[in-house]
Design a protein around this ligand. Structure first.
Ligand SMILES: [Fe+2]
Length: 130
């Protein structure tokens, strides 16, 4: 079971939420977990696509009163990109080209729901020297 490293115990609006059991996420967790799609291994300094999608496991509402406000991507704690989403006009899915020279940790996506707070998803990646 992953540590609730950032969040306050049962307050989803405090800190960063991660599923309590990645093998059996709750419906709320499935709707909010940002899922990262990227290669397991990439070449140093070579661009590759990273897709982050909220609602891949179970559709998240995308309407004026309930939507994903923004998505950020990091490699370890190094910031890579942030995209703001315009409520019900844009879907909470983004693909961005990324180029890494090294990795200090996994790819880490944060997604912010206007009603249910901040959520984190991760994906391991390794950098192959060319
Ligand atoms: Fe939500």
């Amino acid at each position: 079971m992953p540590e609730a490293k950032y969040s306050c115990k049962d307050d989803i609006l405090c800190g960063v939420n991660i599923p309590k059991d990645l093998k059996a996420p709750s419906e709320l967790e499935q709707k909010h977990l940002p899922v990262i799609s990227a290669p397991d291994k990439v070449k140093k300094d070579e661009a590759f696509g990273v897709t982050v999608e909220v609602g891949k496991l179970k559709a998240h509402p995308n309407e004026p009163g309930h939507f994903i406000e923004w998505i950020e991507l990091y490699c370890g704690d190094t910031f890579l990109f942030r995209i703001g989403l315009a409520g019900s006009i844009t879907a909470p899915k983004v693909t961005i080209p990324v180029k890494l020279t090294h990795a200090h940790g996994p790819l880490k996506a944060w997604a912010k729901c206007n009603l249910h707070g901040l959520w984190e998803g991760t994906k391991d990646i390794s950098i192959e020297e060319t």
